[in-house]
Design a protein around this ligand. Sequence first.
Ligand SMILES: [Fe+2]
Length: 419
Amino acid sequence: MIVALLAALLGCHAISKSTGADSVSTGTPGCGDTIYVPQSGTDTTTPVPADLDAATFGAAPDPTRVHLSWVGDPSQTMAFVWVTDAGTMASRVEVGADATYGATTPGATFTLIGGDTFGRVHEVHVCGLTPGTTYHYHVGGDGHWSADQTFTTAPAPGSTDTFRFVVAGDSRDNYAVWGQILAASDAFAPDFYIFSGDAIDIGSSLDEWGGWLDQGAGYIDRRPIMNVHGNHEFMAQPFFGLFAMPTNAGPDRTDDEQWFSFDYASGHFVFLNDTLAPYDVQATWMDADLKATTQPWKFVSHHQPAYSSCTTHGSNANLQAQWSPIEEDNGVAFDMTGHNHNYERSVPLRGGQQTDPANGTYYVVSAGAGADLYGNDMAQPFTATATVDNNWVLFEVNGDHVTMTAYDLSGNVIDSVVR
Ligand SMILES: [Fe+2]
């Protein structure tokens, strides 16, 4: 409890405590927060801080599987994760306006269960960045840096600047389709990615996670990706270790990186875990979170659809009862899930009934990133459209409206809606 409260007090959300990209700190990870050795999602033992950056290099110290995400405010922070051989401890990020960088932030490093051949994971949080700004960066340590790459911080929260994000889910163990989606969506210049769960088939398989991350090279190392916990992630350690995401600072650390929210320009994004985690606790948290935001566009992402005509899984009645009313009453525009391997969008719903778009929530299922496809019986009155095909979804948001477009792998538009 004490450790969790301390972690909460020191969390990356406290931007004012940031060591900042403008300074070189000495051994403390960015944002002033402690990075812990990841546990499984059900492990309640006292967390252990990860090892700090050190100038130690093993047999294969060059960074691989570099990817970005957010632990703090997307307009001022960036989190970096990568993998090296198990002997390399160097865990630094250099950031700047050009490839001369100029600011160094050290982070922390740890290994995962069964990770002797997978290697060592490195995590760095950089804070104190300027909103709406493109930075150059590389990760690693002296003599063993990754190639120069760039990222762009979010506009300040509340900005009406247009932004885009991609939603896809359920690659399971067919990563080639996931790679095709990243390549196809690249032309639309999304600002970030949401993966709606079941990235892998077996949550504890580091080989599978490696295959999934490898498809992201050139994409998720220049745009952040935020991952939903799906049933195939199974609360296993790699999900928590390979992705740096916000901690919700609950009474213990079991809810870390499972349910949280962040703002991006005019959007407010809520992530939930609908597998092996309590619905009632998250319902209470989400209601308070949504009531506290003044952002005009609210999005919720989790794994299992509340409303679906999928032949295999169908709807989740517990989510309809416990989460949907909160989302609809608090003006959530789109609920974005995976799990049911096809594409489906509902009519705008309130209490299970079709309503005016301004008063209801669209339930969107995008679960076509590689897993074997499921059928749709199309017999449900809440279904606006459903397509049994691999798919991904592009959202474009500005101050006035949201345009959602679903694509198949050939680039054909399979659905579009403007709210
Ligand atoms: Fe699933």
